[in-house]
Design a protein around this ligand. Structure first.
Ligand SMILES: [Cu+2]
Length: 108
């Protein structure tokens, strides 16, 4: 089961209608997720925004399963969104810089 729905890529809406109850922003700035850890309710849209002058990407894993992956490069001031559809602790990592890590806790 996919725990997240990829809502948009680089600002373009994905096919299908997906509604989010709330939106939480996570920036990638100074080679770190900011905030590094967020707790959200199911149905929340999480928007990742790259504030660095180099590209980043975002990969989400639940346990050893990859549940979402952004385009290979999110450029400066571009964003990528997912909607949390299931509960659990999602580990985040930049696909280009493995030292950039974070977490989304999706509460029931
Ligand atoms: Cu990166």
């Amino acid at each position: 089961m996919r725990a997240f729905v990829i809502l948009s890529m680089l600002g373009a809406l994905a096919p299908g209608v997906v509604t989010a109850a709330e939106t939480v922003a996570v920036e990638i700035a100074g080679f770190a997720f900011d905030p590094p850890s967020v707790t959200v309710k199911q149905g929340t849209r999480v928007v990742f925004v790259n504030r660095d002058q180099v590209p980043h990407s975002v990969v989400g894993r639940l346990g050893d399963q990859e549940i979402f992956r952004s385009p290979e490069q999110i450029d400066t001031d571009e964003s990528f969104s997912v909607i949390a559809k299931a509960s659990g602790e999602v580990a985040l990592v930049c696909g280009l810089h493995s030292r950039i890590t974070g977490k989304i806790d999706v509460a029931d």
